[in-house]
Design a protein around this ligand. Structure first.
Ligand code: NAP
Length: 217
């Protein structure tokens, strides 16, 4: 349950390897999902009002964050949102290709302007995600799919702003002590700070497994 009683539904979706890594040790993305899971993710994207990532994901993977016609016919693209306090999104990034509405969220002291994007300034020094969620609600955005990366996922979980967590576990081992995991950032310092989940559903998808959790505390 969302403790701030904000009505925006926030779902986190992430694909990880069997050993709990979401990218290579270089932090570059790699194939973790299978085709059936990609279709699920594109359907999920087309069902929400906005899809959100951190600038770390933009810098490493340069994702488009649109819905592929290959997976969803007559696809509609959600708004693309990037958390980018200092305005580091490269102007030639795929998220700025004009194919879908894009909002770059910076801190209030950042004056960057970017092509094909609205800039929303929110938070001192770093994007304040609780405030952002209420600003998005004011803009009529009622559902947000958080697609990564590790630091952003942890921020949404830690601040109890996420309602659900969907984890696809692919049949691959990536290994490495420093390869990113679904939740990065500072992490919990005690069991009280750890985020509690309730398993809602476990589903086999091809050669992988999808776990759907509700964030409870
Ligand atoms: N397997 C998957 O499903 C999947 C999906 C997506 C990404 N990934 C992987 O995830 C990795 C990228 O993750 P990452 O942790 O490096 O970067 P990230 O979570 O994408 O972005 C983190 C950055 O977002 C900015 N940010 C602004 N406000 C924030 C806030 N309130 N909380 C957290 N971050 C905030 C910060 O930069 P500023 O301080 O400059 O604002 C921060 O460094 C890559 O390896 C990528 O391949 C995997």
């Amino acid at each position: 349950m969302n403790p701030l009683a904000i009505r925006v539904k926030v779902i986190i979706n992430c694909a990880m390897s069997a050993d709990g890594k979401i990218a290579l040790k270089s932090r570059k993305q790699t194939e973790i999902s299978n085709e059936a899971d990609k279709k699920r993710v594109h359907e999920l994207r087309s069902s929400v009002d906005a899809v959100l990532v951190g600038v770390g994901t933009v810098l490493t993977d340069d994702p488009k964050l649109t819905v592929k016609e290959k997976y969803v016919r007559d696809a509609r693209n959600p708004v693309r949102i990037v958390l980018d306090s200092k305005g580091r999104t490269p102007p030639d990034s795929m998220v700025l290709n004009g194919e879908a509405r894009t909002i770059i969220v910076t801190s209030e002291d950042c004056s960057v302007e970017l092509p094909n994007a609205e800039v929303l300034r929110c938070g001192i020094g770093r994007v304040d995600i609780a405030r952002l969620v209420s600003m998005l609600e004011e803009k009529g955005i009622g559902s947000v799919l958080v697609e990564g990366g590790a630091e952003v996922i942890w921020s949404f979980l830690r601040s109890r702003l996420a309602d659900e967590l969907y984890l696809f576990i692919g049949s691959i081992v990536i290994g490495g002590d420093t390869s990113p995991t679904p939740a990065g950032g500072e992490g919990a310092a005690s069991v009280e700070e750890a985020v509690e989940l309730r398993l809602m559903k476990a589903e086999v998808i091809g050669n992988g497994v999808l776990l759907k959790y509700e964030v409870t505390k």
